[in-house]
Design a protein around this ligand. Structure first.
Ligand code: SF4
Length: 356
């Protein structure tokens, strides 16, 4: 009996799968065939890859798992947003979300188990970083969410890498994921339909720019000055807003893509007209866009979203500085769709259920 654990097929890039096929006396094109079934045809098992020779399918089954995570919760919100809580082989938990909007099918995926950035308003930051997700574990979220779409004509149209974790802190594993999302033999999504969100790690933003693709960059700013940002996003203490904006400017120059600045509105903390003015001065003249996010209330955290007039005033002030701003629509509010909430709840539940 062979006790060697199977590998995750999704950990292999196209060229690695080509090498594997060639080592079994098959042409490189078999790798393209296999990936077409997996990424384009929503198969659940290697046996469903009908034009792949039976012998090669047997070899795939013997050596690889296609899916490795277990779905331990699947929630559907009244607005049809769906959220999955996945348990990985080492029992770590990860979340991912599918959002539906007229023609768009946007998915939000996670890159780490937990997060080291410690943003004070975030459920994922509460328990720190456990580990990075592998390439396969990130891609499995994409495939699991894709398989929630039952209409064969419907496809995922947009991907936001904005779930649990700091994506650029796991850039090595994220790059092959982005390539697969973008590749014709993969998900075939244009780079402009893929957004990577970061708390702002300047050197990593520069590495990301070196990919020389038109991926969207979203920088989670959340405060217009270092004093306040250090309190809300503790990692800022070692970086500073100026460094982040300089790296984001370089990203724009390299990619030609307008940078989005994310700003979670916390009532009484960062939502005053003076904050909007300071943010307006900071971003004036930059080809950018501000995405204001109403705070999703998290159990155990005291932050709440501002009233609607206060939010509108914030938008108007930014517009006076020539900075376009939109307020993000709330999706899946009734299923804890904010980053990390479901995972945190589940872990707390498990802790409560433990004897003693
Ligand atoms: S908001 Fe994002 S970067 Fe901040 S702690 Fe949460 S997951 Fe990490």
């Amino acid at each position: 009996m062979n006790d060697t654990p199977k590998r995750h097929l999704l950990d292999l890039t196209t060229s690695e799968l080509q090498v594997w096929c060639e080592a079994r006396g098959e042409g490189k094109y078999r790798a393209t065939q296999i990936r077409k079934w997996i990424f384009g045809k929503r198969v659940e098992a290697f046996d469903e890859c009908h034009d792949v020779p039976a012998k090669l399918r047997e070899a795939l089954k013997a050596e690889f798992d296609l899916f490795r995570a277990e779905v331990i919760a699947h929630k559907v919100a009244t607005d049809n947003t769906e959220k999955l809580l996945l348990s990985l082989p080492d029992k770590q938990l990860v979340e991912c979300v599918l959002m539906r909007e007229t023609k768009r099918r946007t998915i939000c995926i996670s890159t780490q188990v937990g997060c080291a950035m410690g943003c004070v308003f975030c459920a994922s930051g509460l328990e720190g970083l456990k580990r990075n997700l592998t390439q396969g574990e990130i891609l499995e979220q994409v495939l699991r969410l894709d398989r929630l779409i039952t209409d064969p004509q419907e496809r995922i149209t947009n991907v936001v890498v904005m779930g649990i974790g700091e994506p650029l802190a796991n850039l090595g594993n994220l790059i092959p994921v982005l390539e697969t999302l973008n590749e014709k033999g993969g998900m075939g999504l244009g780079a402009r339909r893929i957004t990577v969100s970061t708390v702002g790690l300047p050197e990593k933003i520069r590495d990301f720019a070196k990919l020389d693709k038109a991926f969207n960059l979203a920088v989670s700013l959340h405060a217009p000055n270092d004093e306040l940002r250090n309190k809300l996003v503790p990692v800022n203490d070692n970086i500073g807003i100026d460094q982040i904006l300089a790296a984001a400017d370089e990203y724009f120059e390299q990619s030609g893509r307008r940078v989005t600045y994310e700003y979670v509105l916390l009532s009484g903390v960062n939502d005053a007209p003076e904050h909007a003015q300071e943010l307006g001065r900071l971003l004036k003249g930059r080809i950018s866009h501000v995405n204001l996010i109403p705070m999703n209330e998290v159990e155990g955290l005291d932050f709440v979203e501002p009233t609607s007039p206060r939010t509108k005033e914030f938008v108007q002030i930014l517009e006076q500085y020539g900075v376009p701003a939109t307020v993000r629509k709330r999706k899946g509010a009734d299923i804890d769709a904010a980053c990390g909430q479901l995972r945190l709840k589940h872990e707390q539940q498990v802790t409560l259920d433990l004897p003693g």
